[in-house]
Design a protein around this ligand. Structure first.
Ligand SMILES: [Zn+2]
Length: 294
C-alpha cells in the first residue's frame, strides 16, 4: 500500500502545518497516572476531536493528526472520521511510550504495531512520525529508516525549513562535534514554543509543577509573531504548530484558535499537511529561503 499524499502548491509567503497529537488516555498511561481523574483528561480529547474536525472543515484546512495505536484502537469510529475528512494520520507510538526507556526490541514492536494499525485505518502506509513527548533516540532513527518512514517531526534544529535527519552524530568533550551522515528521513522541525501543551496545560509531577493555564490569546500572539517574521523574512518558509485536542478543544481556546487562523490567513500563508511538505522537499523543492528580501 502506498500513501496518497496531496501535492503542495508553491506559496512564497510560506506554509503553516497544523498538527494535532491525539494522545487520549495513552499520555497518562505513560506517566503511570491511571486514576480516573488523569485518565478523564485523556478521555476529553475524544470529545474535542469532532469540534476540531468541524472547525477545520469550515475553513477547508487539511491537517496532520499524530495518533498512537492505542488511541486508534480505543476510538476507532472517531479516528475513522479523521481519515474520512481528508486529514493525514501519522505515527505517535503505540501507547505513547517514552522512547529512551525502551529496549530496541520493544521499540521495534511499538513501531511495527502502530505502523500496521495506521495502515488498517487509513488504508495507506503512514509516512510521518512524531516521538511521544518529543523524545527521539538514535534507536528511533534506526527504526524510522527500517520502516521506510518518510519524515519525522521531533527535532528542533531549524524553525522555517525542513532538513535531513542524521545518524551517527558524536559529541566528544575534547573536540568539536562530529556530525553524522544524513539518513533517508526528512525532518519537519517542531518547537516547544509552538506547542499548546506547555503554554496551556496545568500538570503536577511528583517534584515539579507545569503551570500552563495562560490566556490562549497570549500563546497565539507568540504563534502569530513567529508567522509574521517568517512571512516578512523568508520565502517558502514552514511553520509547524503542535496542538493536542485535550488541550485546545475547550470553548475559549477554540475561539482563540479561530481568531489566530483568521489573522495568519490574512498574511497569505497556505495551510498544508506535513506529508505534502515532506514530499515536496524530497522532490527538491526549496524551503525556508532567507536573505532574499534585503
Ligand atoms: Zn503525544
Amino acid at each position: 500500500m502506498s500513501a496518497s499524499v496531496p501535492g503542495l502548491e508553491a506559496n512564497p509567503a510560506g506554509y503553516v502545518c497544523l498538527s494535532f497529537d491525539f494522545d487520549g488516555p495513552s499520555l497518562w498511561m505513560q506517566r503511570r497516572q491511571s486514576n480516573p481523574t488523569p485518565m478523564s483528561r485523556g478521555e476529553f480529547g475524544a470529545i474535542a476531536v469532532p469540534r476540531i474536525l468541524r472547525l477545520l472543515a469550515r475553513r477547508n484546512i487539511s491537517a496532520t493528526f499524530f495518533i498512537p495505536g492505542h488511541t486508534l484502537e480505543t476510538y476507532p469510529d472517531l479516528c475513522r472520521q479523521v481519515v474520512d475528512a481528508g486529514h493525514e494520520v501519522a505515527l505517535h507510538g503505540y501507547a505513547h511510550e517514552f522512547n529512551p526507556g525502551l529496549t530496541p526490541e520493544r521499540e521495534r514492536w511499538v513501531m511495527q504495531r502502530s505502523f500496521e494499525l495506521i495502515e488498517q485505518f487509513a488504508g495507506s502506509t503512514p509516512t510521518g512520525y512524531r516521538a511521544p513527548s518529543g523524545d527521539l533516540t538514535i534507536q528511533t532513527i534506526n527504526a524510522l529508516v527500517e520502516f521506510g518512514v518518510r519524515y519525522d517531526s521531533s527535532l528542533m534544529g531549524h524553525d522555517v525549513s525542513p532538513y535531513w535527519v542524521r545518524s551517527g552524530d558524536r559529541f566528544p568533550e575534547d573536540r568539536p562535534v562530529e556530525w553524522g551522515e544524513p539518513v533517508d528521513v526528512v525532518e519537519l522541525p517542531f518547537s516547544w514554543t509552538l506547542d499548546d501543551y506547555v503554554h496551556l496545560e496545568f500538570v503536577t509531577f511528583r517534584k515539579m509543577l507545569m503551570p500552563g493555564l495562560q490566556r490562549p490569546q497570549t500563546m497565539f500572539a507568540n504563534f502569530a509573531d513567529d508567522v509574521r517574521w517568517m512571512v516578512r523574512e523568508v520565502e517558502h518558509g514552514i511553520c509547524n504548530v503542535v496542538f493536542h485536542p485535550q488541550v485546545i478543544g475547550r470553548g475559549g481556546r477554540l475561539l482563540a484558535l479561530e481568531e489566530w487562523l483568521d489573522q495568519i490567513s490574512q498574511l497569505g500563508v497556505a495551510f498544508a499537511r506535513m506529508d505534502s511538505v515532506a514530499e515536496a522537499f524530497r522532490a527538491g523543492r526549496a524551503f525556508g529561503i532567507e536573505g532574499q528580501r534585503d
